[in-house]
Design a protein around this ligand. Structure first.
Ligand code: UGA
Length: 441
């Protein structure tokens, strides 16, 4: 199939490359000329494991190309996926300006049947709005009074991939959801996804949009739930790792997304929870549960800093080493990363901050001021009063902790992801604190 993907960010680029790799001819579009220039040269604008190799393979097989023009890509494609950003407005609403602009541009260039598919996370009813925008902006020759003479469909095919394992997730999804209003649209989507063996769920567009919102909000709820449990564990001497394990063994609950830590971040959960709270409000429902999920997530970072203060006595004038800046491992993405917020709180309280991340330092340099960026975890720990592990990069498990201990002013580690094994660090002379471990290592 000939497919255009508008928006070459994490979701768009991964979807484009993966759809090309399963046999389709794909044009990835972006309105950032620099990004398109880079992609045409074979350079990656983002770090995502496995993506670069797959992209080169698809380009070589002439299944994947890049363009700055929506009109050109749309005219060559029967199916157009929308994967443009839907950022938060100051009031939490999803800003759908990009979606509207792209829909308008597609409409203007339409001269044959098109299936327009939303992949970005959008509020329920966006499908209807896209349909209306296209009707309003179709060339005059395709309109006769209120009658539309050109056939087209709008569908929703929400993406559930996670950054850091995006290629694997796209190729091996738990389910694929088609929100469609016609058999034709369903048939085309089935054809596109034929090589991917998984459960396919067909709904109307509004339900598909809701599935995406409800799924992300539920996962965020799981995280805030276990973070709340972690706080209680610390107070009553229980260990949140044991609690999560015990809960997770119940198949109705499951162990995934019960990792307590410094809170969720990224470009999805914070924004999507905000947008869902607003969507609910507008529909006349006060989603108090979700508001609390958000509040717990914010409080978790403050709580972690208070824990550091309790153990270090004063934060002012201390030197603190940060291991990990990305919002999760295996990505260079720092959007809404807990590490960035925590660093800003520590700086505001008078600490000197040194930091190291295997992939996210370049982007972090543009948002963090006054931080000393280091070449490795050793330099980040040197002369520090404590180290905070804030992203669970595998690399941090393999450092030589004796060397780290000898170079620190005080051998204290706060593990904000319950990633390291405190039982191995204590005999080396470290004071080690996790999240919700009941004060134990
Ligand atoms: C999330 C969803 O997991 C995807 O299914 C969805 O497609 C995506 O949003 C999206 O809407 O585009 P992503 O944000 O890439 O994916 O990453 P996650 O692995 O979900 O992690 C999100 C945040 O939650 C990270 O900061 C992570 O550290 C945190 N987290 C995750 C926890 O604190 N505890 C956990 O148990 C799991």
């Amino acid at each position: 199939m000939n497919i255009a993907i508008v928006g070459s960010g994490y979701v768009g680029l991964v979807s484009g490359v993966c759809l090309a790799s399963i046999g389709h001819r794909v044009i990835c579009v972006d309105n950032n000329p620099e990004k398109i220039k880079k992609l045409k040269k074979g350079e990656m604008p983002i770090y995502e494991p496995g993506l670069r190799e797959l992209m080169h393979e698809c380009v070589k097989k002439k299944r994947l190309s890049f363009s700055g023009s929506i009109a050109q890509a749309a005219s060559q494609s029967e199916v157009i996926f929308l994967a443009v950003p839907t950022p938060s407005k100051p009031n939490g609403d999803a800003d759908l300006t990009f979606i509207e602009n792209v829909a308008r541009e597609i409409a203007k260039s339409m001269d044959s049947y098109k299936l327009i598919v939303e992949k970005s996370t959008v509020p329920a009813e966006t499908g209807q709005k896209i349909r209306r925008t296209i009707q309003l902006n179709l060339p005059a020759k395709y309109k006769k009074g209120h009658k539309i003479l050109l056939d087209f469909d709008v569908a929703s095919n929400p993406e559930f991939l996670k950054e850091g394992s995006a290629v694997y997730d796209f190729m091996n999804p738990d389910r694929v959801v088609f929100g469609v209003e016609s058999k034709k649209a369903e048939g085309i989507l089935r054809e596109i996804y034929k090589p991917i063996k998984t459960k396919i769920l067909v709904t109307n567009t509004a339900s598909a949009e809701m599935i995406k919102h409800a799924s992300n909000s539920f996962l965020a709820t799981k995280i805030s739930f276990i973070n709340a449990i972690a706080q209680i564990c610390d107070r009553v001497g229980a260990d949140v790792l044991n609690v999560a394990e015990g809960m997770g063994l119940d198949k109705r609950i499951g162990r995934q997304f019960l990792n307590a830590g410094v809170g969720y971040g990224g470009s999805c959960f914070p924004k999507d929870v905000d947008a869902f709270v607003r969507l609910s409000e507008k529909s006349g429902y006060d989603f108090a549960l979700l508001k609390n999920v958000r509040a717990i997530n914010e409080e978790q970072k403050q709580w972690f800093v208070r824990l550091i203060e309790e153990k270090l006595w004063n934060i002012k004038d201390k030197t603190i080493g940060i291991w990990g800046l990305a919002f999760k491992p295996n990505t260079d993405d720092i959007r809404n990363a807990a590490a960035i917020d925590i660093i800003k709180i520590l700086q505001a309280e008078g600490a000197t901050v040194k930091a190291y991340d295997p992939k996210a330092m370049d982007v972090a340099k543009s948002v963090l001021k006054g931080v000393k960026f280091c070449v490795d975890p050793y330099e980040a720990a040197e002369d520090c009063d404590c180290v905070l592990l804030l992203t669970e990069w595998e690399e941090f498990k393999n450092v030589n902790f004796q060397q780290v201990r000898d170079s620190m002013r005080q051998a204290v580690i706060f593990d904000g992801r319950n990633f390291l094994d405190g039982r191995q660090l204590a005999p080396l002379g470290f004071e080690f604190f996790g999240v919700g471990r009941g004060g134990k290592t």
